[in-house]
Design a protein around this ligand. Structure first.
Ligand code: AMP
Length: 508
């Protein structure tokens, strides 16, 4: 099934329901959204000459037109390549070249930025600003019938965020997206017509994925006028849209509730914040529940198994009386309905409960492989299992706790130390706002533990005090040997802390 079928169906049943909003203005009903989509799809195939399977890049700040161009791409049997608008121009070039994209949909200012690249990209024929007249007229032309798609046809090239090395294009099929959609509705959020998915995080990544189940269930896609995350604007949108739903990186929740605009804001419209994409520390989720109520669900996924490896449901997050509440909040939840998850040792032998190894996943949500990269595909999908590169362990009740990515693990004197445990401990100190723990090379021990700390404003703690705090919670050998106090941590465009950059700083 072509994933664009979801829009076709919803538009039939709920034609007059609001579908797309820009700020608080409704800019399209489902009838309009579907009509513009099928006309644009017609233009892609018949006026712009694209053929089944051709790649179409979307380089846009969050904007309602993203949804029309994305669904038109799928409707026309083409492959979408959504690109984070905040990437560097050289990264745009790399992705456009690697994907051989023939057309780019862009918001006006990004279209101007990309135009000079055209002469170096032989495959790229058309850059279409969604604000220009020809794009607008394509949306009112003749309609194209929904193109058939095999479940294993490529639908989405999802470039990994690449915290190290060049991004790789995870090949996501129509089946993968359908399964991620069903699993979201089954495990994370039961959506209803009129629910509002507010996209303050990039639509090209997790937030955009949560838009697809919203379309399946006749909800509204809301794009903030700023095109991004501004806490005050986000709070205004919550007060306007009943049943507001979000996908947030954990750092965004922290920014929302610590913003001055949060004081006295009415958040009663909030339905759910699905968080994931990076570690949520126990101290932070407790703070968030106190501030917003237990309106959260967590997902753990990666571009290679979009949004869908494990999840922590709202009902578990609500359960204050659970005897193992602390462990549960610090975990990434239980295995999602549609996948199998195992913990492997270095030889890909399954490890028993309680032992730490690499998280591996099998199921219909797992990517087809990496685009034009058979070696990486073979390595990552060996034995039919997606090797995530994340380290973790299961407990007896089936909760998975992630330790760290294998490359972030610290080996000191032959012992494995997982930075996350130290980070969790230090975050419970009242002076610590944010923290990242990494290994620094050491002549005797191989590596030693050091911490980068962002202190709460005007409230720094002495290293000795943090040391005492650590010793009250974790083994002596794990405590940081040195603290670096910094104003902020380096993060990538998705809000993930760049540990590689911290390690480089130490080497320098
Ligand atoms: P990406 O492919 O860019 O979405 O990055 C996926 C990676 O983010 C995973 O392999 C994990 O390392 C990390 N990640 C995703 N979700 C979570 C989560 N809920 N908790 C901790 N780390 C996460």
């Amino acid at each position: 099934m072509n994933i664009a079928k979801l829009l076709e169906r919803t538009a039939k049943t709920y034609p007059d329901h609001p579908a797309l909003a820009h700020g608080t203005d409704i800019v399209a009903t489902y009838r309009q959204f579907a009509a513009e989509t099928v006309s644009l799809a017609h233009a892609l195939r018949h006026e712009l000459g694209l053929e089944k399977g051709d790649r179409v890049a979307l380089i846009m700040k969050n904007h309602p037109e993203y949804w029309i161009s994305l669904f038109a791409t799928w409707h026309a049997g083409l492959v979408a390549v959504p690109v984070n608008a905040k990437l560097h121009i050289s990264e745009f070039q790399y992705i456009l070249e690697n994907s051989d994209s023939r057309l780019v949909f862009a918001t006006a200012e990004l279209a101007d930025q990309i135009t000079p690249l055209k002469q170096e990209l032989p495959a790229l024929e058309t850059i279409l600003s969604v604000h220009e007249e020809s794009y607008q007229s394509f949306k009112t032309g003749p309609a194209l019938d929904l193109q058939d798609a095999d479940p294993d046809d490529l639908a989405w090239l999802f470039y990994t965020s690449g915290t190290t090395g060049k991004p790789k294009g995870a090949m996501i099929s129509h089946r993968n997206i359908l399964i991620a959609t069903l699993s979201h509705l089954a495990d994370l959020a039961a959506l209803e017509p009129g629910d509002a998915a507010i996209h303050t995080a990039p639509q090209t990544h997790g937030s955009g994925f949560t838009g697809i189940p919203t379309i399946a269930k006749a909800g509204i896609q809301v794009t903030p006028l700023s095109g991004g995350f501004d806490p005050a604007e986000t709070l205004e949108l919550i007060s306007h849209f009943p049943n507001s739903c979000f996908f947030f990186a954990p750092t965004m929740i922290h920014r929302l509730i610590s913003s001055p605009a949060f004081e006295g804001a009415d958040t009663s419209n909030l339905k759910v914040i699905v968080y994931g994409g990076g570690p949520m520390y126990e101290a932070d989720i407790r703070r968030a529940i106190d501030a917003l109520g237990p309106k959260f669900a967590q997902l753990y996924g990666q571009g290679e198994a979009p949004m869908t490896i494990t999840g922590l449901s709202t009902s578990l997050i609500k359960d204050e009386n659970h005897p193992r509440r602390s462990e549960i909040l610090a975990s990434v939840g239980t295995v999602r309905t549609d996948v199998e998850v195992r913990i492997f040792d270095e030889d890909d032998k399954p490890l028993p409960v309680g032992e730490i190894g690499e998280v591996a996943v099998r199921g219909d949500v797992v990517m087809l492989g990496y685009w034009k990269n058979p070696e990486a595909t073979k390595e990552t999908l060996r034995g039919g299992w997606l090797h995530t590169g994340d380290m973790g362990c299961f407990d007896e009740e089936g909760f998975l706790t992630l330790k760290d990515r294998s490359k972030d693990m610290i080996i000191s004197g032959g012992t494995n130390i997982y930075p996350r445990e130290i980070e969790e401990a230090l975050l419970t100190h009242p002076s610590v706002e944010e923290i990242s723990v990494v290994g620094r090379s050491h002549p005797d021990w191989g590596e030693e533990v050091v911490a980068f700390v962002v202190s709460k404003q005007g409230d720094p703690a002495e290293p000795e005090e943090l040391d005492r705090h650590c010793l009250s919670q974790i083994a002596r050998f794990k405590r940081p040997k040195e603290y670096f106090f910094v104003l902020e941590l380096p993060k990538n465009n998705y809000g993930k802390v760049l540990k590689t950059e911290l390690r480089e700083r130490l080497e320098a």
